[in-house]
Design a protein. Structure first.
Length: 444
């Protein structure tokens, strides 16, 4: 009989995973403790902007034309336990307030909520990003709390999806990593991932700590790569070099590769910043903090980018923000997302506002979330409206629509033709030809 799957936690990760599992042919029950989320998902609505996710959901939630009806949602752990053979834990692990460590309370309460209802053999699979050592602890907790005892088994299966590509990354992952302690668990996970495995996706089987560490290591590497090129941008600025050409030249070495070498105002979002901090905190607990002190530097190079952008903007308006109008293009931490968590763009906008600048923000998708986080900033309905009357324009998130802007037309409505490109994504020549001073990070 085909396996039945449940997904606990229906945020970014969980909603996508649940819909993808249904798409792979399984009966899926998604679970969340927030009734409003469950109600919305059952209506085929997602609270976030993620290309393709709503369509995928509606292909499988009952009530839509031609839907398979394989995907349902509930708020009940009891129902989840009764329904599923394999339970994926997809709750979030945010940074703790005032600490580097991550908050494990949602993961712990998911396992504690589910376990007492597990009366028959089941595999609980953790997908959340957790400090190494968590899986071993949770496996013990599960065996203790579940009436099925050791037949309630744990596995660890980190998720590598990128926002904006969540559907694609979940349906066609570039690798599947599983930490298991039995051949049975491996067999079940091979069954779950039969479709991507058949497409040739590497399936890597490890112990618990290695599986947990793969995720922390991958995000640390990506963060390091970005901070590396941003450090080169600082040197380029001091030496009169061009970091974009430098990155291009580096990228031709296929040991280095061209990806993740875009210099700019740095990384943000719900993952990279908090994951490298949680990794440092955990290494400290394990007595291996020295191994990761370089991540502190990675973090500080990254945070310095934001301050640097503020300084360039200050220079552009003549040394003080008071009474100056600043247009900010972009609020999300990256394009094709509505996520403003730890967004460099919004951080820069906020700093300028707090220093007396009159900031007007426009973002194609992130306005609602940005307003919630920073209600005191000004918001405009379009890029043109944001730029109208501005003394300086800051390009901080590289949405495609900003590359299509017409610098000639915008030159007519702006107060000062100054544009700072915080993402090295605009065509500087085009702006200069239209009479603008164009300045980008790490470029002459
Ligand atoms: C990241 C990882 O890529 C993903 O594998 C993991 O599962 C979760 O964390 P995500 O947070 O969606 O995914 O964003 P990502 O595309 O990695 O970008 C992170 C940040 O780095 C963004 O703010 C982006 O603008 C910035 N970035 C990325 C750069 O500044 N330069 C680059 O070259 C690449």
């Amino acid at each position: 009989m085909a396996l039945k799957i449940t997904v606990i936690g229906t945020g970014y990760l969980g909603a996508t995973h649940a819909a993808a599992m249904a798409d792979m042919g399984f009966e899926v029950l998604g679970m969340d403790v927030v009734p409003e989320k469950v109600a919305a998902l059952s209506r085929g609505e997602i609270p976030i902007y993620e290309p393709g996710l709503e369509e995928l959901l509606r292909r499988h939630v009952a009530g839509f034309e031609g839907s398979t009806g394989r995907l349902r949602f509930t708020t009940s752990y009891e129902e989840v336990a009764a329904f599923g053979d394999v339970h994926f834990v997809c709750v979030n692990t945010p940074q703790k307030h005032g600490e580097y460590a991550c908050d494990m309370s949602y993961v712990d309460s998911a396992v504690a909520g589910l376990a007492p209802h597990l009366t028959r053999p089941a595999l609980v699979v953790g997908k959340s990003t957790v400090p190494v050592g968590s899986a071993a602890r949770l496996a013990e907790m599960l065996a203790e709390l579940a009436p099925a005892g050791r037949d309630a088994e744990l596995a660890w299966n980190p998720e590598f999806l990128r926002e904006g590509f969540a559907v694609e990354d979940t349906l066609h992952p570039d690798r599947i990593v599983t930490g298991v302690t039995s051949a049975h668990a491996e067999k079940l996970l091979r069954e779950v991932y039969a479709a991507p495995i058949a497409e040739g996706t590497p399936f890597i089987v490890t112990d618990f700590p290695t599986a947990e560490l793969v995720k922390s290591a991958a995000n640390s590497f990506l963060a390091t790569k970005i901070s590396f090129i941003n450090a080169m941008a600082e040197v380029c600025e001091a030496a009169g070099g061009d970091v974009v050409r430098l990155a291009e030249a580096l990228g031709h070495d296929d040991r280095i590769g061209r990806k993740f070498l875009r210099a700019g105002i740095g990384f943000g979002g719900g993952c990279l910043p908090k994951d490298i901090r949680a990794f440092m905190a955990r290494a400290g607990e394990l007595g291996a903090d020295q191994a990761l002190t370089f991540l502190r530097e990675v973090d500080s190079i990254n945070m310095r980018r934001r301050g640097h952008m503020v300084e360039l903007a200050r220079e552009a308006v003549g040394g003080v923000f008071l009474g100056k109008r600043v247009a900010v293009l972009g609020a999300t931490f990256k394009p094709d997302s509505d996520d403003v968590r730890d967004s460099p763009a919004l951080n820069v906008a906020g700093q300028i506002h707090l220093q007396g600048g009159q900031v007007t923000v426009y973002d194609p998708r992130g306005m609602e979330n940005a307003r919630r986080v920073f209600p005191t900033l000004g918001y405009a309905e379009s890029a043109v409206d944001a730029i109208r009357g501005a003394d300086v324009v800051l390009h901080l998130t590289e949405w495609a629509e900003f590359r299509e802007l017409d610098p000639v037309a915008l030159g007519e409505v702006t107060a000062g033709r100054h544009i700072l490109d915080g993402r090295n994504a605009l065509d500087g020549e085009v702006w200069r030809r239209a009479g603008w001073t164009y300045r980008a990070l790490g470029r002459p």
